[in-house]
Design a binder for this molecule. Structure first.
Ligand code: DC
Length: 244
């Protein structure tokens, strides 16, 4: 069973998706971290992320693995852990360039499908999970919050790096990122008609977002145990026994 969690920047979707996956016993796949890892790798290789042709020619060299560690999901590129670089606050422009590159998206979408299918039951978070990666996902969430609230959440993080950054600057950056995510020619952020919107504006933390998601799942499946049962029936690890 696949649960797609798409949404806007700083909406809290990744923390909620990870917690939801833990609660259900599903794999968690942070696809934003995969795009970030390509940007980190390009930096290490000295490839300008705006150089679409070079990036397209070399993206086939990449093997991306995700690992769940106590401090969160880590990403390895060709065996090297690049998580810190991938999450560095100044990587945003490079990640957007990478995410705009259709050749990179092709490779990553294929990897995301492979990881999701191998897990059997997975929660994936990103921008195009319910539209491109798994358009047949059993459940689709679209997570968002007001621009102002998302900017407030970002401000605290950004101040650690740049103490004089203003709320207005962060708000402008959030709006610019939304525009770029929505206008990307391939894999653009959009709310699919069958996605359930989760508004996190008034939530104090990911637990409240997970509670909203849980309520939707309980309505759809009756109870979470029923969902877990269905998920077990889907699990690829059961297939060999089923085949005798
Ligand atoms: O969710 P995030 O901020 O970690 O995502 C990093 C970047 O990757 C962001 O610019 C959007 C892009 N992205 C994407 O284009 N498609 C996805 N499925 C996930 C992320």
């Amino acid at each position: 069973m696949i649960i797609a969690v798409d949404g806007t920047v700083a909406s809290g979707k990744s923390s909620a998706a990870r917690l939801l996956a833990q609660e259900l016993g599903f794999a968690y796949i942070n696809t934003g971290l995969m795009y970030r890892s390509v940007a980190a790798w390009a930096r290490r290789q000295g490839i300008a992320t705006g150089d679409q042709a070079t990036l397209a020619a070399r993206v086939g060299e990449l093997r991306i693995d995700l690992r769940d560690l106590p401090d969160g999901q880590h990403v390895l590129v060709n065996g090297e852990d690049v998580t810190d670089e991938a999450l560095a606050p100044d990587i945003g422009a490079d990640v957007s360039n990478v995410a705009d590159n259709p050749a990179v998206r092709d490779v990553l979408v294929r990897e995301q499908r492979r990881l999701g299918r191998a897990a059997g039951n997975a929660v994936l978070d990103g921008r195009d999970i319910g539209s491109v990666v798994f358009p047949d996902a059993e459940v689709k969430f679209f997570v968002t919050a007001s621009e102002e609230e998302r900017a407030r959440r970002r401000l605290a993080d950004d101040r650690a790096r740049k103490p004089d950054v203003t709320f207005e600057e962060v708000l402008a950056a959030v709006r610019a990122r939304d525009a770029r995510d929505r206008q990307r020619p391939v894999g653009a952020l959009m709310r699919m008609p069958d996605a359930i919107e989760i508004d996190t504006t008034h939530n104090r933390g990911p637990q409240e977002t997970v509670a909203q998601m849980r309520a939707v799942l309980e309505q759809k499946f009756g109870a979470l145990d029923r969902l877990r049962q269905l998920a077990r029936a889907h699990s690829p690890s059961l297939k060999p026994q089923e085949c005798g």
